[in-house]
Design a protein around this ligand. Structure first.
Ligand SMILES: C[S@@+](CC[C@H](N)C(=O)[O-])C[C@H]1O[C@@H](n2cnc3c(N)ncnc32)[C@H](O)[C@@H]1O
Length: 273
């Protein structure tokens, strides 16, 4: 039985208010396929009963679980390849040169999902920029999803996950095998500060950054939310700072204050200065 229109609408409104994720009409199947398993875990007979329980207490824990279930956490190591080549070959060398006198570098991965993206960056930093060991490098990894942040904290990946994008030389150097699981070595894990940050709510106490990765998350938001988030990122970037977006994301027609510049085979978004 498919979800009643008013239940779908209720979920859409709640998800949009709490996470900015826009669920277009026609996405009823998505709501059902994501919330069906959650209903089971919660011991409820159907998605309808899950929605009814949420309606009776929209500010309860169940709502947080529903929001988490509606996020898309797809990610992989070295996703799209070119941004990481650009990071290694151009962006980091430029910023290291710029920051050499203060010996500080600050990065933020703003939708880190299960951690493949921030750990990819950690591996590149370790592998190609040994001089940073004597610098103050701060690397914040955040996400809305507590489950995903817990995955980053634990740093455990299945064979399937490491097979997706991670070069064998990095696997043997930066991971240890425990049973069927590959564990990120503490030297990488310790590079990350983890924080739960909802991009559509206030971001409190964030420092300035040289690089912000906000990839494959803005696609889920409407244009006004994208505009607001990009504006807030601009305010947090140091002069010359760089924002990385996902392959299908852009600042065009959303935020013209960013300079859209080519680095290697990819576009990055730069703050003047
Ligand atoms: C598709 S993943 C992208 C992961 C990684 N950046 C990449 O490109 O591979 C999208 C992530 O955005 C997170 N997300 C969705 N809405 C969010 C919000 N309002 N605030 C913070 N994170 C959010 C989800 O929890 C999910 O982990």
């Amino acid at each position: 039985m498919s979800l009643a229109a008013q239940d779908f609408q209720f979920v859409c409104t709640l998800v949009r208010e709490r996470s900015a994720i826009v669920l277009e009409s026609g996405k009823e199947y998505l709501v059902e396929s994501r919330l069906g398993p959650l209903a089971k875990v919660e011991g409820l007979p159907s998605v309808e009963s899950l929605v009814a329980k949420m309606r009776s207490n929209p500010n309860g824990e169940l709502t947080d679980k529903v929001i988490e279930a509606m996020t898309t956490n797809e990610t992989l190591f070295f996703r799209d390849k070119h941004p990481f080549e650009a990071l290694r070959e151009e962006v980091l060398p430029e910023l290291i040169e710029r920051n050499r006198s203060k010996k500080e570098l600050s990065l933020w991965c703003a939708a880190s999902s299960s951690g493949q993206e921030p750990y990819t960056v950690c591996m590149l930093l370790r592998e190609h920029f040994p001089e940073l060991k004597s610098w103050k490098v701060r690397f914040l990894a955040s996400d809305l999803s507590r489950n995903m942040l817990e995955r980053v904290r634990v740093g455990a990946y299945s064979q399937l996950e490491v097979n997706r994008g991670l070069p064998a030389s990095y696997l043997v150097k930066y991971f240890t095998k425990e049973g069927a699981t590959w564990m990120v070595k503490p030297e990488l894990r310790d590079m990350l500060d983890l924080r739960e940050i909802n991009l559509c709510k206030p971001w409190l106490g964030l420092p300035k950054f040289d690089i912000v990765f906000i990839r494959n998350v803005l696609i889920y938001f409407d244009a006004e939310t994208k505009r607001q988030i990009m504006g807030r990122i601009r305010g947090l970037l140091n002069p010359g700072g760089i924002m990385f977006l996902g392959g299908s994301e852009t600042t065009i027609n959303i935020d013209d204050e960013f300079q859209r510049v080519r680095r290697g085979s990819t576009w990055v978004y730069r703050i003047a200065g």
